[in-house]
Design a protein around this ligand. Structure first.
Ligand SMILES: CCCCCCCCCCCCCCCCCCCCCCCCCCCC(=O)SCCNC(=O)CCNC(=O)[C@H](O)C(C)(C)COP(=O)(O)OP(=O)(O)OC[C@H]1O[C@@H](n2cnc3c(N)ncnc32)[C@H](O)[C@@H]1OP(=O)(O)O
Ligand SMILES: NC(=O)C1=CN([C@@H]2O[C@H](COP(=O)(O)OP(=O)(O)OC[C@H]3O[C@@H](n4cnc5c(N)ncnc54)[C@H](OP(=O)(O)O)[C@@H]3O)[C@@H](O)[C@H]2O)C=CC1
Length: 502
């Protein structure tokens, strides 16, 4: 039997962020491979008019959990949703629930976070730093606790080029930042945010760095570990390839490209695209949970869950493959034919924005207005270009992450655990992975049926014809204007015309 699965047998596990992208895959894998676990507590907040129970049922009824139901039919009995809001100063957990958590929890996986790049610093600090601190305080009162595993990001030190598996000191102590958030008003925070975050590109990466420091400071008293994934993408293998359920990171850009809105990106084709499949992150995280609890390393360890140094892929290659998949399996109802380019040149990128991004949507919105409909394309384009501008930082640079701890952990696993909890990215075939990723976006995010592919191809043919017609009309108008204004153009025209009459 798998050593890791045996370890989780009979354990009570607390997961934060279980309703998120990574949290769902973590829960799924735990239930599927460790059905002997006692209970998974999840901290959930009611959201969008859905109660806790409704949110749990929604997750368990999703496609992601189909295999779990076969292996662990009583899964709903093993999941216990605890009402909590991590934005709240006391995490808004009831006294009874708190009592149960304190006395029963064996392991904590802290995944909850705000991953928005443009979040207000106050909110980012509240969730990614203060809530982490509160959870650590809770953890310190848990007599049975064996390990506290904190999910961070490989980009928490993206101000450095080479990043080791250590917690780097922050320029300002987290405590000082937390204190200042209490008395500064939003406007002042807005003003000082750029100075505070310094070399970090956004409040997300900055607050995650502070969060790590908070975990590190507690590591003397608690058995902690930090997992740092890079850009998390769709599942590679488990429970099936290509599963994804949000538009963060590459997914949003792939949709925008496939639907024909995004026609160019300011990106460096030879920059390393350090993506990592979500199931790989989950496998490493579960192995880290086991190792930290059983081997109790003397100091708290950081694990890089990255692909660049073991099996590098590049944005140019990913871009080509994404477009190649669109040729075979296009998305439905595209606005324009998917065709995009990468450039490192800012002027070219601005030109593309004007001609390829703004001009078509402005024209289309004008047409919608003329036909009495509500214009909507300029708003959408604004959102896409905002997303692109936020991601540009990450697609124009390469980082080097050392992975000594992660490789050490891999060598510690039994061959069976290396297979069941596989996090060896050297085995990943990028072209296959990207193909499944794009198909996964189509199926699970856009909910498009493969039966609609012939119609989608037909639609693209119609768009191509419209494109040719439009270009021909544009050329004729331009030529006509030129002839009217230039003697040279008229001479060329009269020279060519007789040739046509021959
Ligand atoms: C030699 C040259 C060869 C050239 C070949 C040619 C190749 C060209 C082809 C190109 C093909 C495409 C290639 C893909 C490459 C992709 C590159 C991707 C780069 C990714 C880098 C990521 C770096 C991450 C580093 C850190 C990792 C982490 O640790 S954290 C996780 C990452 N976090 C995020 O990604 C969050 C980022 N998002 C945000 O911060 C915000 O969303 C926002 C600021 C961007 C936008 O905020 P806004 O308030 O405007 O919108 P929001 O509230 O978020 O959304 C509103 C609703 O709209 C939906 N939405 C958003 N985007 C899309 C979309 N694109 N498509 C569809 N729908 C979208 C969103 O879901 C919301 O819907 P509701 O929830 O229903 O309201
Ligand atoms: N996705 C990625 O590319 C990467 C992610 N990571 C890290 O992995 C972790 C998980 O990320 P991911 O799953 O992608 O993020 P998601 O945005 O998908 O999930 C975030 C989770 O946090 C929960 N949460 C947010 N605010 C609160 C709150 N106030 N109270 C209770 N719960 C809250 C969300 O709950 P709700 O459903 O109620 O909103 C959700 O479950 C994060 O720590 C992130 O930093 C690291 C590297 C890359």
């Amino acid at each position: 039997m798998s050593t890791i699965a045996a370890f989780y047998e009979g354990k009570s596990i607390l997961i934060t962020g279980a309703t998120g992208f990574l949290g769902k895959v973590l829960m799924e894998k735990l239930f599927r491979t460790c059905p002997g676990l006692k209970v998974i507590y999840i901290l959930v907040r009611p959201k969008a008019g859905h109660t806790l129970q409704q949110r749990v049922v929604q997750i368990l009824n999703s496609k992601l959990f189909e295999k779990v139901k076969e292996v662990c039919p009583n899964v709903h009995e093993k999941i216990r949703a605890i009402k909590s809001d991590l934005n709240h100063s006391d995490l808004a957990i009831s006294k009874e629930d708190m009592q149960e958590l304190l006395s029963c929890t064996d392991i904590i996986f802290h995944c909850a976070a705000t991953v928005r790049f443009d979040d207000h610093l106050r909110h980012a600090v509240q969730l990614n730093v203060i809530a982490t601190q509160k959870l650590l305080l809770m953890a310190s009162q848990m007599p049975k606790l064996k390990a506290f595993i904190h999910l961070s990001t490989a980009f928490s030190n993206c101000n450095l080029k080479h990043i080791d598996e250590v917690v780097y000191p922050c320029p300002v102590e987290p405590k000082k930042i937390i204190d200042s958030m209490e008395w500064l008003d939003d406007a002042i925070i807005d003003e000082i945010t750029p100075k505070l975050i310094g070399d970090w590109p956004n409040t997300y990466t900055y607050s995650k760095a502070l969060g790590e420091t908070v975990v590190h400071q507690e590591s003397g008293r608690l058995n902690t570990a930090i997992v740092r994934p890079s850009i998390v993408g769709a599942t590679w293998q488990e429970p099936f390839p290509g599963w994804v359920d949000n538009t963060n990171g590459p997914s949003g850009l792939i949709i925008a490209t496939g639907k024909g809105f995004l026609r160019g990106l300011r990106a460096t084709p030879m920059a390393v695209a350090d993506m990592i499949p979500v199931d790989t992150v989950v496998n490493l995280t579960l192995a880290v949970g086991w190792y930290t609890a059983v081997h109790r390393p003397k100091s708290s360890l950081v694990y890089h869950c990255t692909s660049g140094n073991l099996n590098p892929c590049y944005w140019g290659k990913i871009g080509f493959q994404v477009l190649a998949v669109f040729e075979k399996v296009p998305f439905e109802k595209a606005f324009r034919r998917p065709n995009a380019g990468l450039t490192v040149n800012t002027i070219t990128s601005q030109y593309w924005n004007a001609i390829n991004h703004w001009a078509p949507v402005i024209l289309y919105d004008f047409y919608l207005r003329l036909t009495g409909r509500k214009p909507r394309m300029t708003k959408l384009m604004n959102r896409i270009l905002k997303m692109v501008s936020m991601l540009e930082y990450f697609i124009n640079r390469s980082w080097e992450w050392s992975t000594d701890n992660t490789e050490m952990l891999m060598s510690t696993l039994t061959p069976e655990d290396q297979r069941i909890f596989n996090f060896d990215v050297r085995q990943l075939n990028w072209l296959d992975y990207i193909e499944n990723y794009v198909l996964g976006i189509k199926k699970y995010l856009l909910k498009e049926d493969m039966a609609g592919v012939p119609e989608a191809k037909q639609h693209l043919k119609r768009l191509r014809n419209i494109h040719y017609l439009f270009n021909t009309a544009l050329f004729l108008i331009a030529w006509r204007l030129l002839i009217a204004r230039s003697q040279v153009a008229r001479n060329v025209w009269f020279f060519i015309c007789p040739l046509y009459n021959l």
